[in-house]
Write a protein that binds this ligand. Structure first.
Ligand SMILES: [Cu+2]
Length: 149
């Protein structure tokens, strides 16, 4: 009886420790009024937990300047995505028809704001393109690649 009670008390603790979340690595990216990110390459391990923290560090107002971070599946066409995104004003420049090509994305932020996303890096090695989908920013150079090894 006593042993059964002890077992019942011990069991949930064991279960909890088995479910401890994997550690998360943080990468901070800034976007500025020159419509560029400070990083154009991020290296990651397949399957690792990654937090991307985006900071908008310029001074222009949100109507003229806002940023997001959108990571696409490997092999995605960034130009096609950016063109569709520019028309998706109602959904903060995330084109609903191309949502399946997104691995992870932040919300759209104004200067002085920040946003972050935590996601699992894809298990398949390769280059995964990322961009800011606010109109014109991809063309201006707000883009890069996540290199998964
Ligand atoms: Cu931007």
């Amino acid at each position: 009886m006593y042993r059964a009670l002890l077992l019942a008390l011990t069991l949930p603790v064991t279960t909890l420790s088995a479910q401890a979340p994997a550690p998360v690595r943080t990468v901070t990216i800034t976007a500025d009024d020159a419509m560029k990110f400070n990083l154009t390459e991020i290296s990651a391990k397949a399957g690792e937990r990654l937090r991307v923290r985006l900071l908008a560090v310029g001074t222009a107002p949100k109507s003229a300047m806002a940023h997001n971070f959108v990571l696409l599946q490997t092999g995605s066409n960034q130009i096609v995505f950016a063109e569709a995104a520019a028309k998706a004003v109602a959904t903060d420049y995330i084109p609903s028809a191309l949502k399946s090509s997104i691995v992870a994305s932040t919300i759209l932020i104004a200067n002085g704001e920040s946003a972050e996303i935590v996601f699992t890096v894809p298990a398949t090695a390769g280059n995964y393109p990322f961009l800011c989908s606010f109109p014109g920013h991809f063309a201006a150079g707000a883009r890069g690649k996540l290199i998964v090894k």
